[in-house]
Design a protein around this ligand. Structure first.
Ligand code: 4AD
Ligand code: MG
Length: 433
């Protein structure tokens, strides 16, 4: 009689049955008479107990020779075990070795340096910590898409290869495109704006690229951005949407990822604070607050990472910084009606020092002003023809924002550095694996 293959995650419903598991040996401990085999298969982990007196001598000896990360098929009886985190244990009666590695698994129990771990990212992903982060990332993305979809947003994907800069000419990855040059998308926003004029409430979600030589714990050269864009939303409506989205994401992670947050030793009380309303500071107020707190950043400059860290430590929830000087923001932002030196925009900064997770704005919907801004920035006009059409044919008040998935995952998971928040981090010095 063949024993059915089941996933570890389904074992609690298989108590007292014979099952076969397929997976990897992630740890092993032996006394002379018992092997404790820690198995994982992507749905969970379970301890398999092999007792010398219950199996053949050969099998017991073979099991002793297993190396970490051997791929195996294990058969046994599922038993209830109150002490096990999963509530079950497997009494092992059969073991088929699919492959026993010929050398020791490179990632051991000792502390490895970060460069070693990143070089071995393809193996490091197997660790319980990385698994927890990937599950939180999956939940954040899933919850964001579900939130937008169920509110009537249409997903309209934007191209990755583009003929124009999105966020300004610096930080662009240029590629050869047959006989001309093209750029990897820094943002899908301009396309999302066209989609908003077509379909009202839309968003795009995909990888975006910045050739910035920033070596900070917040910067990747490739990251994933969720970009909603909404027809007839103004600056305030836009911030309201951001707040609702963030509150939803955090509550979904708390609801579904308790085990993962525990694995990461995340202080969940900090996440439980994330409720509406979020505080708001005008840019000018932020500068005043920073100067009181010892920053030397002057009115007119962009906020640095250090400034953001200082500001976020003043609040127990994300804080909006509104209406920055035009000179430090992108060309498409709408001029502030009361002060032509400012734009109607917001950065949303996550607490505990994490800083910017969202950048958003009301868009310049006036044809002449937008063209003037393109010229002021010294951008080529021809690639923006089509973008200006949106102001020629039925221009409309509209707003949107970009949320960096890895920034959110790093914050919610409590990571020291953004590189763990993406499966395959790309930074200035890292293209492999
Ligand atoms: O503030 P940014 O540059 O805004 C835009 O690109 C707009 N066009 C978005 C829009 O309005 N549709 O980037 C948006 C967010 C940031 O708040 C941050 O979360 C993330 O993208 N981000 C990065 N994440 C990781 N590494 C980088 N180098 C990032 N640059 C931006
Ligand atoms: Mg920004």
């Amino acid at each position: 009689m063949s024993v059915p293959w089941v996933y570890i995650g389904d074992l609690p419903s298989k108590i007292d049955s014979q099952v076969t598991l397929r997976g990897w040996l992630y740890n092993m401990r032996s006394s002379g008479k018992i092997h404790f085999l820690q198995l994982r298969d992507g749905t969970g982990t379970v301890q398999g107990v092999m007792v010398k007196s219950e199996v053949s001598e050969d099998l017991f000896a073979v099991a002793k020779g297993l190396r970490l990360e051997a791929s195996v098929e294990v058969t046994g009886l599922v038993r209830r075990d109150e002490r096990a985190p999963s509530g079950v244990e497997l009494s092992v009666s059969g073991l088929k070795i699919l492959q026993n590695p010929e050398s020791e698994y490179p990632i051991g129990k000792k502390d490895h340096g970060i460069d070693f771990l990143l070089d071995n990212r393809h193996l490091w992903l197997r660790s319980s910590r990385q698994y927890a982060i990937m599950k939180i990332r999956d939940r954040v993305i899933w919850a964001a898409r579900e939130f937008l979809h169920s509110d009537g947003y249409l997903l309209v994907d934007s191209p990755i290869i583009s003929g124009a800069a999105g966020e300004g000419a610096s930080g662009l990855f240029e590629i050869d495109y047959f006989d001309s040059k093209a750029y990897l998308a820094q943002t899908g926003q301009l396309y999302a704006e066209a989609a908003a004029a077509a379909y009202g409430k839309v968003y795009c979600f995909g990888p975006t690229f910045r050739a910035e030589k920033s070596k900070t714990r917040r910067h990747l050269t490739e990251f994933w951005m969720l970009e909603p864009e909404v027809a007839f939303y103004d600056h305030k409506d836009n911030m309201d949407l951001q707040e609702r989205l963030i509150v939803h994401l955090v509550s979904q992670v708390l609801e579904h990822c308790g085990e993962e947050l525990h694995t990461l030793e995340r202080d969940v009380s900090k996440l439980e604070n994330i409720k509406s309303p979020f505080p708001h500071l005008q840019y000018s107020e932020a500068i005043d607050m920073l100067s009181r707190l010892g920053s030397s950043t002057l009115y007119g400059s962009d906020l640095g990472n250090e400034d953001e860290t200082i500001l976020t430590k003043q609040f127990d929830r994300p804080v909006f910084i509104e209406n920055y000087p035009k000179s430090v923001k992108a060309f498409y932002m709408k001029e502030h009606p009361d002060n032509p030196d400012l734009v109607l925009c917001d950065d949303l900064l996550a607490p505990e020092g994490y800083g910017e997770i969202i950048g958003g704005s009301q868009r310049e919907d006036d044809y002449d002003r937008l063209l003037a801004r393109i010229r002021e920035e010294g951008l080529p006009e021809e690639p923006y023809d089509w973008y200006l059409d949106l102001r020629r044919y039925g221009t409309f008040v509209h707003s949107g924002f970009g949320m960096g998935i890895e920034r959110v995952v790093a914050w919610v998971s409590g990571l020291q550095h953004i590189r763990e928040a993406i499966p395959w981090p790309r930074t200035i010095y890292r293209l492999k694996p």
